[in-house]
Ligand binder design. Structure first.
Ligand SMILES: Cc1cc2nc3c(=O)[nH]c(=O)nc-3n(C[C@H](O)[C@H](O)[C@H](O)COP(=O)(O)OP(=O)(O)OC[C@H]3O[C@@H](n4cnc5c(N)ncnc54)[C@H](O)[C@@H]3O)c2cc1C
Length: 353
């Protein structure tokens, strides 16, 4: 295990923010993870777990031990009826895992193709796209408790999954390092493909695919995403910067009356308090921010939800823009929007000693 000091993290976060980590350890085995945590305890530094760096905004140098997850392995570990259980190490690239599932003729993850990042982060924020969330395919999560040094298996229920939420981001934030995830994938026979979200169906029709299979869905989703979302290799970004707000019934109805064209989505198990979800992109776009640029940062010209870094900027500049957008949306629509991306400053770091 190699411990690097003052490591430049520019290439390790998709926003491309130039910050340094006091200590950086790339871990390629479970034992490395244990040793890295012991090292953090020894030097009395907090921890930061870094995977693909595609959901983190670095706002300053990281005075921590950064553990970079690079463990690999995908293994079928059992069957349950027509389902297959697959254990995947945390450092595997998410899209590679999805493509592995397609190559192995296993259904369930195809709508989640081409989401950046690594497998270990997928439960943290319960990644989702095109009507499917990681929770729909996760069976359990094996996590290392940084305080006790013991592993704990979380059942799906114990992960407390919600919209871009989980116990790993909530009550137990920073307490666990996810080592591997077990997925429950299905036999394609008798499995219903999810084609009704976004333009999956119309893309399939354009390609004259009448009876699509899981590979067709993964290909179409990948192509749509490539065309729609900015490539972090070309322009720094973390995908959707903001969460879609869930409105209460009263706020939703009064806004809908004012703006009949306002799109909305149903919320599972909705109540008057949590009534409908409204696209933050619509609110930000309508408030006039799409394509706005301020110095080194801005709002993407085609995607109002995506904040971008043109280079040479700082996380502080992105945060200043984020705050102004949130305040403007609140003033114009009375709706509070918030960041989906993890804002990494001193308060984000987790102390292990
Ligand atoms: C162009 C683009 C498009 C995107 N599209 C989507 C999308 O459609 N849907 C979606 O949900 N997200 C999307 N994202 C966001 C991002 O891809 C996901 O949040 C992804 O899961 C982040 O993975 P990562 O490995 O990069 O995590 P990181 O950014 O490295 O980490 C994210 C968080 O998880 C923690 N973490 C990471 N690994 C572990 C671990 N092993 N154990 C414990 N904690 C850990 C980190 O400490 C941090 O808090 C997009 C991002 C980009 C750049």
């Amino acid at each position: 295990m190699n411990i690097e000091e003052n490591k430049d993290l520019t290439a390790l976060n998709t926003f491309g923010m130039s910050v340094k980590a006091k200590y950086y350890i790339r871990v390629s085995s479970d034992e490395d993870v244990r040793q890295a945590v012991l090292f953090a305890k020894e030097v009395n530094f907090p921890l930061l777990v870094l995977s693909g760096g595609s959901n983190m905004l670095f706002t300053e140098d990281i005075k921590a031990v950064v553990i970079h997850m690079d463990t690999h392995g995908i293994e079928k570990i059992g069957a349950d009826g027509t389902d297959t259980l697959v254990k995947v190490k945390a450092g595997e690239n998410w899209h590679n895992f999805v493509m592995w599932s397609i190559d192995n003729n296993l259904a369930g993850a195809e709508n989640l193709a081409f989401i950046p990042g690594r497998v270990g982060s997928s439960p943290v924020q319960n990644i989702g796209a095109y009507g499917v969330e990681a929770k729909d395919v996760i069976e359990s999560v094996n996590a290392f408790d940084v305080h006790s040094g013991k592993n704990r298996i979380f059942s799906k229920k114990e992960c407390l999954f919600g919209y871009r939420e989980s116990v790993f981001k909530g009550a137990d934030k920073g307490k666990y390092i996810i080592m591997d995830v077990v997925f429950r994938l299905h036999s394609p026979e008798g499995y219903s493909l999810k084609l009704d979200y976004g333009n999956i169906r119309s893309e399939l029709e354009k390609r004259n695919i009448i009876t699509p299979n899981i590979a067709d869905v993964a290909t179409v989703v990948t192509d749509i995403r490539r065309a729609k979302l900015p490539d972090p290799e070309k322009i720094g970004n973390c995908g959707s910067f903001f969460k879609n707000p869930v409105l209460d019934k009263k706020t939703f109805e009064s806004l809908k009356e004012k703006y009949p064209d306002m799109p909305c989505f149903d919320v599972p198990d909705s109540t008057d308090e949590h009534y409908k979800k409204v696209p933050a992109a619509w609110l930000i776009d309508r408030a006039g921010w799409k394509g706005y640029r301020r110095g080194n940062v801005g709002v993407h010209e085609n995607q109002a939800l995506v904040l971008v870094h043109y280079g040479g900027g700082t996380g502080g500049e992105v945060m200043a823009l984020c705050r102004d957008i949130c305040a403007d949306v609140k003033a114009k629509y009375g709706v509070a929007i918030s960041a989906e991306v993890n804002i990494v400053d001193a308060s984000f770091l987790h102390t292990v000693y």
